[in-house]
Design a protein around this ligand. Structure first.
Ligand code: ASP
Ligand code: MG
Length: 412
């Protein structure tokens, strides 16, 4: 007998029929003798609908009230699933985040989980219940309802698995696992049987939308056995996120991530002297804007150019900040570009192989794609390109690194 946490995303519970399907899948695991905790998202599109309602009243909805509103989406699905389970003759009980007592900090709309009281869930599991928990929500110390940020049900699932020392956390979604890249862009993309936790963390932070990044961080911290599976297929082992790496089997590149969510700002002709990066990025940080990539050119004539990227939603705000400090920092000009995309290759095997960057750059050059910025870590290389070339870049790289092949090990 195992304790399994299963998280189902919005499309998996998007209609009554689908909720019944989830109930049947859960019932199967129950019949095998397992204890099951189910974490649910709201029906697909529901959270967006609620946000749109709020925005009809307040352009920037009050965060506390927005959380009260958004948490209702998940309350709908958990109660319906509990009913569907009972209809199949199973014992089941639904819980909101506050009823479990998933305690978070007070950062409305992006709260972090501080603690989880497992007593209620344990008691129900021991008496044979399926425990159905609302994802994406918690309660702060003062009793206010909080939410964990978009896609936060993944994090609830992994956090419950950690708290309960579950044998496995299964994330059921509308794809049957983690792919080498998005199959909508590269039809030859291949499902990975395994991916290391570090690679998954990079993929999530670089734009792969399969798992919320915080859920991956949680899985890493508490060593939760995490698997991504399709809720629409009967069989299939999905993708297992692993903690040990097998250097023999390790492909050099495991996947290609991309995102169009960034924008680039460039400060031209600033004095090339100590403190300039701090003078530019200090006010950006003070405005609560996160910076991703940073490039400073080699100076000439005593001046230099300085570029960085931010989330596209914060582009205007960042341009305004630079506009305000432009004269004070002695810059010649400030320019911005929100027609960019970031394309990244990710792989643990990169650590032991030279020449990966060269191969990446040559592949892009052969397609006549200009690289605007580069950043690297031990296991990833990211480039910024003009966004109209993004899909071409992803396809060319997928082919160059032969990711469609099992255990790709291209000669470099
Ligand atoms: N319902 C929330 C959202 O749409 C949380 C989730 O689905 O994970 O972001
Ligand atoms: Mg999701």
């Amino acid at each position: 007998m195992a304790l399994i946490v299963q998280k189902y995303g919005g499309t998996s519970v998007g209609s009554i029929e689908r909720i019944r399907n989830v109930a049947e899948r859960v019932a199967k695991f129950k019949m095998l003798g397992h204890q099951v905790v189910v974490v649910l998202s709201a029906m697909s599109g529901e959270t967006n609908k609620l946000i749109a309602l709020a925005k009809q009243i307040q352009k920037e909805p009050d965060p506390r009230e927005l959380d009260v509103l958004l948490s209702t989406g998940e309350q709908v699905t958990i109660s319906l699933l509990a009913m569907a389970l009972k209809d199949l003759g199973l014992k089941a009980k639904s819980y909101t985040g506050a009823q479990v007592r998933i305690v978070t900090d007070a950062a409305h709309t992006k709260a972090r989980i501080l603690s989880i009281d497992e007593a209620n869930m344990r008691r129900d599991l021991d008496s044979g219940h399926v425990v159905v928990v609302a994802g994406f929500q918690g309660v702060d110390e003062a009793g206010n309802i909080t939410t964990l940020g978009r896609g936060g049900s993944d994090t609830t699932g992994v956090a419950l698995a950690a708290a309960l020392h579950a044998d496995e956390c299964q994330i059921y979604t509308d794809v049957d696992g983690v792919y080498t890249t998005d199959p909508r862009i590269v039809p030859e993309a291949r499902r990975l049987k395994t991916i290391t936790f570090e690679e998954m963390l990079e993929m999530a932070s670089l734009g792969s939308k399969v798992l919320q990044i915080r859920s991956v961080e949680f899985a890493g911290k508490y060593k939760v056995k995490l698997r991504v599976l399709s809720s629409f297929e009967e069989e299939g082992e999905g993708t297992l996120i692993t903690f040990e790496e097998d250097t023999m089997e390790q492909p050099i590149i495991s996947g290609i991530a991309f995102n169009r969510d960034e924008a680039k700002l460039t400060v031209l002709g600033v004095p090339d002297k100590p403190g300039i990066a701090a003078h530019i990025l200090g006010p950006i940080a003070d405005a609560n804007i996160d910076v991703d990539m940073i490039v400073q050119n080699v100076g000439h004539d005593g001046t230099t150019d300085f570029s960085f990227t931010v989330h596209r939603n914060e582009f205007k705000k960042a341009m305004d900040v630079l506009g305000m400090i432009k004269t004070a920092i002695g810059a010649r000009e400030v320019v911005g570009d929100d027609k960019i995309a970031k394309v990244s290759i990710v792989g643990m095997g990169m650590r032991n192989h030279a020449g990966i960057a060269g191969k990446m750059f040559k592949t892009l050059a052969d397609e006549n794609i200009n690289i605007q910025m580069i950043s690297t870590s031990e296991i990833k290389i990211s480039v910024v390109v003009e966004d109209k070339y993004m899909e071409l870049a992803v396809r060319a790289l997928h082919q160059a690194f032969e990711l469609e092949k099992e255990a790709a090990a291209p000669a470099v």
